[in-house]
Design a protein around this ligand. Structure first.
Ligand code: ADP
Ligand code: ZN
Ligand code: MG
Length: 485
């Protein structure tokens, strides 16, 4: 497809995101949600769907779902209800999933995203609770030696599903939406959003239409995009595929597709299923969920500061750059670390530079999370103060930082051990400067005959002699004075 043809079309995207609620026990029974336990060890009659077993809603799961609802600006309904979504699959022993259908927990929210400096609000249609299915594992390739296993540990684990309005227009917007949603769910500790463990999964609905067309085109749904990269690639592929179909005079079929990772393409999985296929009906084993205004207020009060608010506060309170504010509020842990550095006495601006720059780089290189940072915030604050008040040069500061990061030693200990204190003694600098001038009579002559560029040469030499530890401003002054004698 040529860029000219592609440019005549516009994509329309809506995401359905599933997040696993970070509870200790399952949605409707007391079984552990711990990931990686021995297969089928965390099961009971309720989550195995044995006849007669009765589910009871996990209070904590409801609280977390309410917290997520408020964090994405949804209205929590006074009354919601669990329904049975009936279908057969080996990993679904009950023969139905417990979900919410016509009365979801929360509706009508939005998430603010930013793409290339452009801000946009993406509508959230609904947020509802449901339980997860088990996991099938397949092994072997030869027809005679193929095995399938089933692990019900994940069966009955609490999920929320968040359905967006069809407000997204590009893969980049979809990416930003998922990133922002993930950030919010992590900040609020609703979900750990671990994509490798399946705690965050995304289905993408996508259609295309000619730019300016009044109606949406027919959409296809791409299932189970369990990484950000897959989401981007699948959307790009799918948009081009649909435009190709229409340009060739065909039509997009309403269907469910799968992202083929190895092939780098989407493939048909099944024809679109409709709500009536699932024979939804209210679950007679569960009471309707009723939430009072007071309960909503309790959840609102217990809500931590959200990333957007934190970013705005950092900008206002600390006078740091928008870029630094964005980096520093990326995760709650990093933001907390930065604030601890400031509270320990470092001025905010350099603190932002160090944490967003040097520290982030180091952590990334070491493949380490800020939570496991070997450098306590107070120790970094001490170093920053020493650089700011000129006890050591900025260049030495970086060396000291590296040593502190590697050894866990304090700034003072590293500076003493390495002899890195900044030379701010004018007498010492002058002695070295005179030595340098004496050794370079030709350059002195050049300077005297008007070649001012040689000035830099002398300054450089003095810095070299002092192994970069001389106060650069003093060196400038002293060299200037000596040369003009
Ligand atoms: P369905 O009834 O097929 O499940 P919904 O109306 O429930 O469809 O929407 C499911 C998701 O698809 C939502 O995220 C919604 O924003 C998105 N969506 C709806 N129509 C379109 C469309 N024409 N193109 C792209 N996405 C769409
Ligand atoms: Zn159980
Ligand atoms: Mg739907």
């Amino acid at each position: 497809m040529t860029p000219e043809v592609m440019a005549r079309y516009e994509a329309v995207i809506g995401l359905e995101v599933h997040a696993q609620l970070d509870t200790v026990t399952k949605a409707f029974c007391g079984c552990s949600t711990n990931f990686g336990d021995a297969p089928n060890s965390n099961t009971c009659p309720v989550c195995l769907g044995l006849p007669g077993a009765l589910p009871v809603l996990n209070k904590r799961a409801l609280e977390l779902a309410m917290r997520a609802s408020l964090a994405i600006n949804c209205k929590i309904q006074e009354r919601s209800r669990f329904a049975r979504k009936n279908y057969f699959y080996p990993d679904l022993p009950k023969g139905y999933q417990i979900s919410m259908y016509e009365l979801p927990l929360a509706t009508g929210g939005w998430i603010g995203i930013e793409v290339e400096g452009e801000k946009k609000r993406i509508g959230v249609t609904r947020l509802h609770m449901e339980d997860d299915a088990g996991k099938s594992l397949h092994e072997g390739f030869a027809d005679s030696d193929r095995w399938s296993y089933i692990d019900f540990n994940r069966c009955g684990v609490p999920l929320i599903e968040i359905v967006s309005e069809p407000d997204l227009r590009t893969p980049a917007e979809a990416y930003a939406y998922l990133t922002t949603l993930k950030q919010i769910l992590k900040y609020t500790e609703v979900s750990d959003c671990n994509m490798e463990e399946g705690s965050l999964r995304c289905d993408a609905n996508v259609s295309v239409r000619l730019r300016g067309a009044p109606k949406f085109g027919t959409k296809a749904e791409v299932k189970n995009l369990n990484s950000f990269r897959y989401l981007s690639h699948a959307l790009e592929y799918e948009i081009e595929r649909q435009i190709g179909l229409i340009e060739a005079g065909g039509a997009v079929a309403q269907e469910t597709r799968l992202w083929n990772v190895a092939g780098g393409r989407t493939e048909p999985m099944r024809s679109k299923e409709f709500a009536h296929d699932y024979r939804y009906f209210p679950d007679p084993d569960l009471l309707p969920v009723s939430v009072s205004a007071a309960q909503v207020e309790d959840v609102r009060r217990s809500m931590p500061e959200l990333p957007g608010a934190k970013e705005a506060r950092f900008l206002g309170d600390y006078g740091i750059t928008a870029y630094d504010a964005g980096v520093l509020t990326d995760t709650r842990a990093l933001a907390d670390y930065f604030e601890a550095v400031v509270h320990a006495g470092a001025p905010a601006k350099p603190a932002a530079n160090w944490v967003a720059g040097e520290l982030q780089r180091r952590l990334k290189d070491a493949g380490q999370d800020i939570l496991a940072c070997p450098l306590p915030a107070a120790a970094l604050a001490e170093l920053i103060v020493k650089v700011e008040n000129g006890e050591i040069t900025a260049a030495s500061g970086k060396k000291v930082f590296a040593k502190m990061f590697e050894t866990g030693k304090s700034a003072v200990d590293v500076i003493t051990a390495e002899g890195l204190s900044q030379i701010s003694d004018t007498g010492a600098i002058e002695r070295i400067a005179r030595e340098v001038v004496k050794k370079n009579p030709e350059n002195l002559a050049k300077f005297k005959s008007g070649n001012e560029g040689v000035f830099k040469f002398f300054v450089g030499q003095v810095m070299r002699e002092t192994r970069g530890q001389a106060n650069p401003q003093l060196v400038n002054e002293v060299v200037k004075r000596i040369l003009s004698e």
